[in-house]
Design a protein around this ligand. Structure first.
Ligand SMILES: *[C@@H]1O[C@H](CO)[C@@H](O)[C@H](O)[C@H]1NC(C)=O
Ligand SMILES: *[C@@H]1O[C@H](CO)[C@@H](O)[C@H](O)[C@H]1NC(C)=O
Ligand SMILES: *[C@@H]1O[C@H](CO)[C@@H](O)[C@H](O)[C@H]1NC(C)=O
Ligand SMILES: [Zn+2]
Length: 397
């Protein structure tokens, strides 16, 4: 099944990969030894639990692995015991940066590799340790060919708002303000992502007045008010939020609702946590729509002596357009957020990774061995084509 690729063949295939428009990656294979290294790396990353906040061990393991492969490894402390990892060769400032995240969502699921089906699973197998492992193998195989002009960046905290990538963006020791090309890894089913929706998250906090449920007129039910507020948001959601051809409808998820203490008590407090995925417009526009949708409920409540507070969770960001101008890849748009908008700088950006987002945060997170192997070839192709375009661009200048 797997042909061993000699260095010469590898060099040839790399040289032609950049020129061939008919999906050269799909016809290639990776050698058995490269595949074994890929699977080993993927397994070790998964076996080291790294739920957001607990990335220390996986970071240490990965730093040691990369040093052994002769990368220069730098670490950036993001918060106590949590480190971003930057790896590069002879150059610290490079044209190309390849990046993914090393944290995962909870809970932990152990690694498995079913040799009959060649399905590999476990927490992070798809999101995003599949990307990380394939990126490392791809970069390692291209270092000589691209004169070591490649860096790798693995960040913490992507799953809970991106504190790792934010910290890298504003790092005083950051190698350079700009890369020319940055390739991000997240599960994209092996396709290039042309963009993803924006996000705006917020919480509603309602304060009413407690009373005996037999005498509700003596209190102000925070649960009633929250229900009305959510009703107003449902109406907004049904026909008042911006949409676009590219990303479809803006969606709004009432992710968590809490209120009151018991059936026989008029609820004093209630709250809801809500995430909006923006298909168009800006967080500011949508904030305005939410405030105005809630204004009647808020005014009525205030007259009764209660309070409705909207707590915005961060600034949010509008839909993120991503470069997908490499012809030999299939493309798609996605509805999840990424670190892509959080890396400051004026660079071309690509988003690609093995595995499907549809299983990513589930208890059956898994992908096929061949998806992982294909990702190595695809990352190589992506890096080569992206860097070639960049060189053309320089010639035009
Ligand atoms: C790392 O560099 C050393 C010394 O140059 C060399 O012996 C070794 O093979 C290299 N290892 C890898 C994985 O490239
Ligand atoms: C591998 O997957 C097949 C098909 O789902 C299943 O029947 C088999 O029990 C699995 N093997 C192991 C070792 O889990
Ligand atoms: C967007 O919402 C409208 C109704 O508000 C619905 O008819 C349409 O199917 C939705 N589009 C998508 C892509 O979900
Ligand atoms: Zn991810």
């Amino acid at each position: 099944m797997f042909r061993h690729i000699s260095l010469i063949v590898l060099a040839l295939s790399i040289a032609t990969a950049a020129q061939c428009s008919v999906n050269p990656g799909k016809q290639s294979v990776i050698s058995e030894s490269t595949s074994a290294e890929l699977l080993y790396l993927h397994r070790k990353l998964i076996e080291t639990e790294s739920i957001t906040g607990n990335e220390r061990d996986v970071g240490q393991w990965l730093a040691a692995y990369l040093r052994e492969k002769n990368f220069t490894v730098e670490t950036q402390e993001v918060s106590e015991n949590r480190y971003n990892i930057l790896a590069h060769g002879s150059k610290r400032s490079t044209t190309i940066l390849v990046s993914s995240h090393i944290d995962t969502v909870p809970p932990y699921w152990p690694y498995y590799h079913n040799k009959t089906t060649d399905v590999i699973g476990g927490r992070g197998s798809v999101d995003a340790k599949g990307s990380a492992a394939a990126q490392i193998i791809a970069v390692q195989s291209l270092r000589e060919h691209l004169r070591d002009d490649l860096s790798l960046l693995f960040v913490v905290g992507e799953e809970t708002g991106g504190d790792g990538m934010r910290a890298f963006s504003s790092w005083s020791e950051r190698p350079q303000p700009n890369y020319e090309v940055v390739i991000f890894g997240e599960p994209t089913e092996g396709k290039l992502v042309c963009g993803h929706k924006g996000i705006l998250s917020f919480a509603l906090h309602v304060k009413g007045k407690a009373a005996h449920s037999g005498y509700p007129w003596l209190g102000v039910s925070a649960n009633d008010v929250l229900t009305e507020a959510l009703g107003a948001l449902l109406e907004l959601r049904a026909n008042g939020l911006p949409w676009s051809e590219k990303y479809g409808n803006t969606t709004m998820n009432f992710g968590k609702i809490e209120g009151g203490v018991a059936a026989n008590v008029v609820a004093e407090t209630a709250s809801a946590n809500i995430a909006v995925r923006l298909a168009a417009g800006t967080p500011n526009i949508v904030r305005g729509l939410i405030i105005s949708a809630l204004s009647d409920v808020k005014t009525r409540l205030e007259k009764l002596g209660g309070d409705l507070e909207i707590e915005w969770a961060g600034e949010g960001y509008p839909p993120v357009n991503i470069d997908c101008d490499i012809k030999s890849f299939e493309t798609l748009t996605v509805n999840y957020g990424t670190d892509v908008p959080l890396l400051a700088g004026d660079h071309k950006r690509y988003l690609y990774g093995p595995g499907s987002i549809l299983v990513a945060h589930s208890d059956h997170e898994a992908l096929k061995k061949k998806e992982l192997e294909q990702a190595v070839l695809d990352y190589r192709r992506l890096i080569l084509e992206a860097s070639r375009m960049d060189h053309q661009y320089q010639q035009e200048l």
